[in-house]
Design a protein around this ligand. Sequence first.
Ligand SMILES: [Cu+2]
Length: 272
Amino acid sequence: MAPLALLSLSLALLPTLISAHGHVSGIVVDGKWYTGWNAAMKYQSPIPPTAGWQVDNLDNGFVTPSQFATADIICHKAAKNGGLYIPAKAGAAVKFLWDAWPVSHKGPVIDYIAPCPGDCTSVDKTTLRWTKIKEGAWITGSDPGTWVTDDLVKSNLSWTTTIPSTLASGNYIIRHEIIALHAAGQSNGAQAYPQCINFKVEGTGSETLSGGVAATAFYKATDAGILFNLYSKFTGYTIPGPALKMVAKREAAVVEERGHAKDWLRELEMEE
Ligand SMILES: [Cu+2]
């Protein structure tokens, strides 16, 4: 009866897998792979240290608008500091690899960075002040239209951001976040999935990113980009959160040969 028992076990697991939202389980910098976090690691003893912050989301859950002013919005639910760092040069491309993402969960993808005053492996997350370095959301169409999350899914569940090249050497956390809008037409329906990862940045720049914003002040339940009906006719979308910060000398729109891509992707570009 063993094969049958196994079969029914896999059938029991199936709905969980289908509805899984995923985690950033890996990060690639300079062709090297680093472990992010996967909630299943919680069951390992001892829990292995990772550059990705530990998140207590075995339910693959999310942070709701009613929790946007609480500490859970900082690095996801009951997040604990990651114990390792990913070494990266200022200006390096950082690729976040999700282990799952449902295509129905369309919405913005946003990256923030915060310096750690000292050690990111022990910093009090509520003291972190974040600067938005990349954002993307609506591409074209409506009801529901095409979104950067569709590209994320098509790119083998990956998303790439760039560490500002002007950044001073030091310890930083990148907060990479997807906000799913499939239920955002009703109040408290948007779903935030923030993921934090520690980086040890090495560079020749002097930018120290003062003037960042606390994550608990990023979003309000009634923001145009939070309370938003994906299943309606619309011609635009306002990405929530603080403005994309100009860390470098120039901020450029990255348009990438897409007809209506103005709002698709904005990223800092450096002038050498
Ligand atoms: Cu879901």
